[in-house]
Design a binder for this molecule. Structure first.
Ligand code: 5GP
Length: 191
């Protein structure tokens, strides 16, 4: 998606540990006009799949998922909660995720009320790096018996293993910008 790539080149900042900071338009301040274009692009890619629900993970995925849901005729958005305590209350699906940015392992949970076998789920997230967040979300969908349509990712770091890992499981992953390489002074995209 050209608009997104141009914005990454203009405002993205490469940090230590292969972290791309996009706080000025995606992860802290949010450019809603850009989000709207992102939502339309995800819709174009998945419009023939009868998606009934969007699943994301708190916090950064929520804004993108909500704007995307508007393009899908306002289907519901469910966000997996990051659970820091060991006590997981209630009737929930749960899986483990290793945080890319903090290195910690944590549980993610979704209430069984909001993922049902009849759902056709599109997962949306901001970044794909090692694939742990996406793997965790996929597991929640599988455990619920819902149908996984695929995953829409805003920025995939193609030089990290997540994309190959998840596509290797047969999951359709659509990334709007795939970064081939990045250093302090240069950033290149695949295609
Ligand atoms: P993964 O689980 O694929 O290793 O990492 C995905 C998650 O880590 C995303 O949900 C995102 O929050 C965070 N993340 C991974 N890489 C980056 C990055 O380069 N920049 C930012 N801002 N977040 C990242």
């Amino acid at each position: 998606m050209e608009l997104l790539k141009q914005r990454i080149l203009k405002d993205g900042v490469v940090k230590a540990g292969n972290v791309l900071k996009v706080d000025s338009f995606l992860n802290h301040q949010m450019d809603v006009a850009l989000f709207s274009e992102i939502g339309k692009e995800f819709y174009n890619r998945f419009k023939d799949c009868n998606v009934t629900k969007i699943l994301t993970i708190e916090a950064s995925g929520i804004g993108i998922a909500c704007v995307t849901a508007q393009s899908f005729n306002n289907i519901p958005v469910v966000f997996a909660k990051k659970n820091k305590t060991k006590n997981i209350a209630g009737d929930v699906y749960t899986s483990k995720v290793v945080s890319f940015t903090h290195g910690r392992e944590y549980d993610i949970i979704v209430s069984k009320d909001y993922l049902k076998p009849e759902d056709r789920v599109l997962i949306i997230d901001d970044f794909l790096a090692n694939g742990s967040a996406l793997e965790g979300l996929i597991r929640l969908v599988e455990d619920s018996g819902a149908t996984l349509i695929g995953a829409g990712i805003v920025i995939e770091k193609g030089f990290q293993p997540g994309g190959d890992l998840i596509r290797g499981k047969g999951v359709r992953v659509e990334s709007l910008a795939i970064i081939d390489s990045m250093t302090d002074s240069s950033l290149t995209f695949k295609d």
